[in-house]
Design a protein around this ligand. Sequence first.
Ligand code: ADP
Ligand code: MG
Length: 682
Amino acid sequence: MDGDPAVFEQVLDACADAMMVVDYAGLILRANPAVLTVLGYSPEALRGRQVDTLLPERLRQRHAALRQRYADHPVSRALGSHDPLVALHADGNEVAIDLSLSPLKIRGVAHVLVAIRAADVGQRSNRAMRQAHYYAQLASLARLAVDLTDPQELLQRAPAIAAHAIGCDAALVYLLEPNQQKLQAVSAHGLTVGRIVGESLPCTPETGIGYVVARRDVVVISNWADERRFVTPPIALREGFKSGLGVPLFDKGKVVGVLSAGSKRPGYFAHDEILFLQAVASILATSMQRAQVEAQLRQAHKMESVGQLTGGIAHDFNNLLTVINGNLQMAQEHLQECCDQHGLEFLQSATDASRRAAELTGKLLAFSRRQHLMPKAVNLHQMLPSLVELLRRTLGEKIDIAFAVDAGLSPCLADEVQLESALLNIAINARDAMPQGGKLQITCSSFDGALADLALANTDPTECAPVSWVKICVTDTGYGMDSEVLERAFEPFFTTKEVGRGTGLGLSSVYGFVKQSQGSVELESAPGKGTTVTILLPTVERAATPATAPSTRSERLPKGLHVLLVEDDALVRAVSERFLESLGCTVSAHACAESAWTELTDGTPFDLVMTDVELGTGMNGTELANRARELHPGLPVLLNSGYSNFLSEERRAEAANLPLLIKPFGKKELAAAMAAAMHGDE
Ligand code: ADP
Ligand code: MG
């Protein structure tokens, strides 16, 4: 049979693909019957024709050049290895064809055996359809992202949407945990074995997902069997995955997570699938980012309005307490004169209770950032050892306390007493969270960077702040907080403790104090994992120095002073009047600034103007004080207020350096403040 030309003829004729033998000049020497099906010509019609005539006019010239190139380097080319070509059918229509070329020698002369098959146009239109499908899926995902108010829902639904869209076997979203050490699977689709959601992986390049984080780029695994860059994750083996893909999720240039997909077929993820998953990842990341910014703003606004509210309550309570205290004090003097020991004992417990009430309103003021602060440079090297001593005594033996202050740490700018009280509050919470005992660790270090880098939950993103900080971390090994408690822990009155044990004012006053000190505070906690409270306070060099408080140096008060008193609260006015009278003053009392001003301008001489700051509608206390000083330069003025810090910057500026007496006050405090005001002591 060898060398029998009849065999060659038969093979050629039997072939299902169209076959032609062409020489290098492009002349068709022989064609088989299948050319009729593909190109519409009989074999006879093709014999002796120029092969170029089977192409549309516009392609002929280019084809001639290609043919010439092929003649120089004849190589075999398999069917389907190149994109389809266009040929001209005998009926004049253009048809897509696939070609194979095989160089052969016939009687020593080079020829080419050309096999032609109608191209699988279905494949091409399939791709176009697939792309259209991906776009449609992306559009609906984007719409979902806009519509859903809860990004968690999008996060939960994204893997299923992505996997269905590209028809792969599984998709997962991993998010980087706040400590950047681990990646947690937050949502998954298509995984049958194991409970992947909630599991964490270490964020190291040895894990495929960690590798994506480190690379900050798309990573495609064509076949796990050939993968050498990282260890095949157990889940891929368990689920029988052959190929996979990981796309990083970015937030402001930082990788915050990974969208990954897996297929049980090797090499499943091609160009279109990669682009699609990248688009899904960017929609996800954008919606998470939006939600985070919204949540921060919401939280900041909530704290701000609760702050306004508590500030108002504290202000009113302080007025009441001034009245209660004042009357208690006067009743005490009266009972002392009558030598009523029994009555004095009753009074004493009432006085104690009103002092505790004053402490509570103090905490409310702290939260509403209207506490009276005296910031100065605080050296933590000096402060911490004595504070820790105090803590050891307060917290008891079951709690092991360790502390460390970085060598060379700059002092921070804060009110030292309030900082101690904040740390004490935090430590007491830690003790409460460790009823069986445990460990409390305090570390102080420096922190240079933007607050945004810390992603502090309660940082108002619009606030600009110093860039150099002292960072104080207090960590306990207690029972920790779940996310609901964590979210509300700073709220005033929020407590999980039984009635009588918790007031819910500890962390809120820490929050207010830190914010008022231009710092920031963050909680990190999980059930059973303990809690870390991180406080940032500005270092001394960078911080703007807030107004300092008037000194309370005691001076002797001259007798027979004529005092102009302005107070809108009738009961407070009555108490102040009595106090002043018992201090030997003549008092002219007014409920509003306007009538006081009239008396001043009438020419009545006064030795001192004592006025409340907030006087309802009309002229306020600071305005009256400033006008009085214009009229009578050097006239001593004493402001008093239920806020220990003014409501607005505007009011503070008006008050300039006028001395301020904070409510509630007793007779002694009043006398001292008056003396200081008379001596121009600010
Ligand atoms: P209180 O201590 O009066 O309850 P706080 O404002 O100090 O009020 O704390 C509010 C809540 O935050 C607590 O009731 C508790 O649920 C939670 N909390 C605060 N600190 C810790 C901690 N270290 N560990 C666990 N939970 C804490
Ligand atoms: Mg507490």
